[in-house]
Design a protein around this ligand. Structure first.
Ligand code: 5AD
Ligand code: SF4
Length: 441
């Protein structure tokens, strides 16, 4: 069927920050091509779904949504599927969802315009799903929604092959981005008034290892970026504990813009389960690293990801996870029940923990997390803390985050958006800290 070039598009993003950045790049590409982004899906001539495959629920949400649009008989938009599901399902998506017009993999974002042209001019379905990323993406075209904080990709792919995870299959091997390209983008963001950058990668700590001749590892990159004027805060996501080096810890302690927050995902508290997950560290080795980090960066806050109900996990082993959580007292935690993924080694093992047990473990861990997070907030009351002001809420309160990622609101003029303020914290409203401008500001 001959289709018309769309004038408007709607894009929905699922999953991680890398997907959010990829969406910003695609929005930039389509805007350059003359299309207009709309936020009401009924106004869209084209709908893009930038998808996630990490858990079954993420995939089911997309399938349901596309199925719903496909049932429209009038004004059905062009439908494109991008992201990890495009890689995990490839051409089978056309069979499962016959109204999908194109499928574009995580390593083919550069081809978006060509794929769309094929759909329009040749009137045929189109697919690009290259397994390996080639560093040919124009990041500078990204159209960002936020004016203060920006994501910057430094490495794509993952070589770790944890037994439960689809990412090494949906995003391919690790490919680092050249230092000069990253510096150029960060300088551009600083010139545009951005104050905070988050460096992104499935494992940022592997930066440079695939390109030994560059002689630039992750901590070296941080020294280069800290030297760029105008960027007040640098964060990074996400890390594999095995690759967190002492040099990185010293960079966090030394560099003024580097925030004292490290996402340090343990995944499970039992060494036996960690081995089965192929996390390549034991609980004891993990603790040693955390101790070293706390010695070098005494005021560091830690974040984690944890999966409960991994095949064969016993109640005692789950209790080890609770114990680790109590000892480390993470301030940020993303907690999941195990979801078997096609193509991963763990898929070979029976998913032997019932949903009931998985959910029970998840809720016990969530309760522990909530009480520890409340304790962290309580400790901050009656202290003053640096906040990067991000926006003004509808109720007039300014809203921002501390260096360790705590959300803070306080009264003040909109002119403070984009500035660092010292805020005196006096109370909590659910998970948000409430304060007032410190008198010495
Ligand atoms: N099931 C549940 N959680 C998973 N994660 C990755 N794969 C799975 C899976 N199959 C979690 C891990 C990872 C985070 C991004 O998602 O905790 O760190
Ligand atoms: Fe997945 Fe493990 Fe790679 Fe993280 S390190 S993306 S959990 S395979």
């Amino acid at each position: 069927m001959q289709r018309q070039m769309p004038k408007t598009f709607f894009i929905r993003t699922y999953g991680c920050q890398m997907n959010e950045l990829d969406t910003e790049i695609m929005v930039g590409q389509l805007t350059q091509k003359g299309l207009k982004q709309v936020f009401d899906e009924k106004q869209a001539d084209m709908m893009l779904f930038n998808t996630c495959s990490i858990r079954d629920l993420a995939e089911r949400k997309v399938m349901g949504k596309i199925g719903q649009i496909s049932r429209r008989t009038k004004n059905r938009p062009i439908i494109g599927v991008t992201g990890c599901m495009a890689m995990a399902k490839k051409e089978t998506l056309f069979r499962k969802l016959p109204h999908v017009d194109f499928v574009l993999g995580t390593n083919n974002i550069t081809d978006l315009s060509n794929v769309l042209d094929e759909v329009i001019h040749l009137g045929q379905k189109s697919i690009r799903t290259t397994d390996q990323f080639e560093e040919n993406l124009d990041y500078l075209v990204a159209k960002r929604g936020d004016k203060i904080k920006a994501h910057v990709s430094i490495i794509r792919g993952c070589d770790k092959f944890c037994t439960y995870c689809v990412v090494p299959y949906t995003r391919g091997q690790e490919v680092s981005r050249p230092l000069e390209d990253i510096k150029e983008e960060v300088r551009m963001l600083a010139d545009q008034g951005y104050k905070e950058i988050t460096l992104l990668g499935q494992n940022v700590n592997s930066y440079g290892k695939d390109q030994p001749e560059w002689k630039t590892l992750f901590h070296d990159l941080l020294y280069h970026l800290d030297a760029i004027d105008g960027i007040e805060r640098i964060r990074f996501l996400t890390s594999h504990p095995i690759d967190i080096t002492e040099e990185l810890m010293h960079a966090i302690a030394t560099l003024p813009s580097l925030c004292e927050f490290v996402h340090f995902p343990i995944q499970a508290g039992s060494s036996r389960v960690l081995k089965k997950m192929h996390r390549i560290y034991t609980k004891e080795q993990y603790f040693e690293k955390v101790e070293l980090l706390k010695k070098i960066v005494p005021n560091v806050s830690l974040g984690t990801d944890i999966i409960v109900g991994f095949p064969t996990e016993t109640e005692e082993e789950f209790c080890e996870t609770l114990d680790v959580f109590k000892q480390i007292r993470y301030s940020v935690a993303f907690l999941y029940t195990y979801s078997p993924r096609k193509g991963t080694p763990a898929m070979r093992w029976k998913d032997d923990i019932s949903d009931e047990v998985k959910n029970d473990r998840l809720h016990r861990l969530m309760d522990l997390h909530s009480s520890i997070a409340a304790e962290h907030r309580q400790k901050l009351l009656n202290t003053s803390i640096e906040v990067l002001v991000e926006r003004q809420n509808k109720d007039g309160y300014l809203c921002g985050r501390t260096r360790c990622w705590k959300k803070v609101i306080f009264k003040g003029p909109a002119s403070l958006i984009g500035t660092l303020q010292n805020v005196h914290l006096h109370s909590c409203n659910h998970e948000t800290l409430v304060g007032g401008l410190h008198l010495s500001n």
